[in-house]
Design a binder for this molecule. Structure first.
Ligand SMILES: Nc1ncnc2c1ncn2[C@@H]1O[C@H](COP(=O)(O)OP(=O)(O)OP(=O)(O)O)[C@@H](O)[C@H]1O
Length: 567
């Protein structure tokens, strides 16, 4: 039996890095390294997980705790390195791990003398109506919370510390034990009593803080810094409520366009440093979750509820003093239970709730079918429907994306729940076929520096572009002005040219007239010359009352007019 998310964890220890704010890495975040490999990391790796940390998921019954051999890696996934090639990066086998937990018979179903429909046939298989199902593990009705945690919780913690996003979902019919498995009774979480009944969540965080402490002690020289930030919400009738601040209702899911990270706007985020901080958040949030008494469960959860913890760590590289940052998101998702409305006799608000619950579970089932088909055929579908339900949209990273996923399917052994149990097992079977694409979310300082340099270049380009844009607009304005001036000049030139033309015409006519007059005068003058004998031309002509004197004056005038016209 392979551990839950565990091949990776067994070989890739917790590795801490710094926090840089808000959201977890998205599925499009560039993977720096994928820790899974069929071989162990080089010996002496200070981050190597203790071998005890991530045990294979074995038979959960107290008597048989056998480890099964690792599942073969069936398919390598595409991992493209962020900055520069990383030949050592290998894809993680991120198949969904499925564990079925059989709830003990309970009085609601009148099961004191249980008439069971379900039979555990081996550590990882069950049979119902002669039909067999095989999963990663089967926890029977005798398994305690601690026994259930041991194979499921530590691998989850190790993977988160190693920088892999990891999610656990509980799925099953109403009253089958999802809430019990995920949180346990509230009194157990608050530490009042029944510590042995604490569910996965408190046990996981107890383990997380103990592992963080261990790692920090073990790698003091690396100056490991961890930070954990939690949020808690529920989805009720397709509306998101902040369970840590229930006045915040109908919150919206947003997608960061740069990182493709999906987040809930205005959701309260609390830093946690120890188990007691988490316990407070769990108690507060669970008290705010909507529960109602139904015929199937006296304390039935009427909403899907999601507890998220972002774990970031920073460590120093002793050789070159550079830092590396790892970041992962842990989602603990307790789904509302499916119910047959005919059997539960739901009415009024309960009926509306049940309708919404069933609709969103059926949308989840359809998504799982599509993802299973993609994983099995290896063919990508053009459209995977994430946005038609809040649950799917919010948890898309966990469903077919960059996250390790474990699905805990709870079932009732009761004969009266046979058809729901069968339907849960079928869902579990399809979920088992889904492959996610988990990669370690890690950034090394070199990479960060390189990114800073790139960012600066881009910024400079943007500034240049902005300058250019400004200059361009100035140029455009200037060009417009010049164009207008040019137009004005053109029309002026046109006007002047036409004026010139007409003036020229006038001048030409005047010249011609003057020339004609001049020629005429010349002729007349020549005739006069012949008529009179001139002796001292000027005096003679002046003395003449009419004739040459007069003509001479006119001749001079004509000469002057000709000169002007020629110019
Ligand atoms: N493994 C278990 N051991 C002991 N008691 C259990 C176990 N599983 C469930 N129960 C009990 O069964 C009852 C129903 O369980 P629970 O509320 O967890 O069901 P659920 O699947 O969350 O239901 P719903 O979907 O209606 O919220 C509770 O009283 C719970 O304590």
């Amino acid at each position: 039996m392979r551990s839950l998310i565990s091949e990776h964890a067994r070989h890739s220890p917790a590795r801490p890095p710094p926090f840089s704010g808000g959201e977890t890495p998205s599925r499009r975040r560039i993977p720096k390294e994928n820790v899974y490999s069929g071989t162990a990391p080089p010996s002496g790796d200070p981050y190597r997980s203790p071998s005890s940390a991530a045990k294979p998921l074995g038979d959960i019954t107290p008597t048989l705790n056998r480890a099964l051999p690792p599942r073969p890696l069936k398919r390598k996934l595409d991992v493209s390195p962020a900055v520069g090639p990383r030949p050592e990066a290998e894809a993680a086998d991120s198949g969904v791990q499925v564990v079925v937990r059989i709830r003990p018979p309970c009085s609601v179903e009148g099961e004191e003398a249980p008439d069971t429909c379900l039979c555990k046939t081996s550590a990882n298989s069950v049979a119902i109506q002669g039909q067999g199902f095989t999963f990663d593990a089967i926890a029977d009705a005798a398994s305690t919370q601690e026994e259930f945690f041991t194979p499921v919780g530590p691998p989850l913690v190790e993977n988160c510390l190693a920088g892999l996003n990891s999610s656990i979902f509980t799925y099953g019919q109403t009253g089958s034990g999802k809430t019990y498995t995920m949180w346990g009774p509230l009194s157990a979480t608050s530490g009042d009593s029944m510590a042995c009944e604490r569910g996965l969540a408190p046990l996981v965080f107890e383990h997380l803080f103990s592992r963080i402490k261990q790692e920090q002690q073990k790698h003091k020289d690396k100056e490991l810094i961890y930070s954990c930030t939690c949020a808690f919400l529920d989805i009720y009738n397709e509306q998101i409520t902040d369970l840590l601040d229930p006045m915040q209702k109908n919150l919206q899911i947003r997608e960061d366009v740069k990182t493709a990270c999906v987040y809930v706007e205005s959701l309260t985020k609390e830093s946690v440093f120890a188990m007691k901080d988490v316990a407070q958040l769990l108690v507060k949030g669970l008290a705010n979750r909507r529960t109602e008494s139904t015929s199937a469960n006296a304390d039935s959860s009427r909403s899907h509820c999601v507890f998220t913890c972002v774990i970031k760590s920073e460590s120093k590289n002793l050789e070159d003093g550079s830092n590396s940052i790892r970041m992962s998101r842990m989602n603990l998702v307790d789904l509302a239970g499916s119910e047959r409305q005919k059997l539960t006799h739901a009415a009024g608000d309960r009926l509306k709730e049940a309708g919404n619950i069933n609709r969103s579970l059926s949308a989840l089932g359809n998504l799982i079918n599509i993802l299973a088909e993609i994983s099995q055929s290896g063919k990508q579908r053009q459209h995977v429907p994430y946005r038609n339900s809040k649950l799917k949209f919010l948890l898309q990273e966990s469903l077919g994306g960059n996250a390790m996923l474990a699905m805990i399917c709870t079932v009732s052994p009761s004969e009266s729940c046979k058809s729901e149990t069968l339907s849960t097992l079928r869902f579990a079977q399809r979920a088992k076929a889904v492959k996610n694409r988990a990669v370690v979310n890690e950034e090394k300082e070199d990479d960060v520096n390189a990114l800073h340099v790139r960012m600066k270049l881009l910024k400079d380009n943007i500034v240049d572009a902005a300058d250019w844009a400004e200059a361009e607009s100035k140029w455009m304005a200037l060009a417009d002005e010049l164009r207008a001036e040019l137009e004005a000049s053109k029309s002026l030139v046109g006007r002047l040219r036409s004026e010139l033309e007409s003036e020229k015409k006038c001048s030409k006519e005047a010249l011609e007239a003057a020339m004609q007059a001049y020629s005429r005068i010349l002729v007349q003058y020549a005739e006069l010359e012949e008529k009179y004998i001139l002796d001292g031309v000027e005096g003679q002509l002046k003395d003449t009352s009419e004739g040459p004197g007069e003509l001479l004056v006119r001749l001079k005038e004509a000469e002057e007019a000709t000169r002007i016209a020629e110019h």
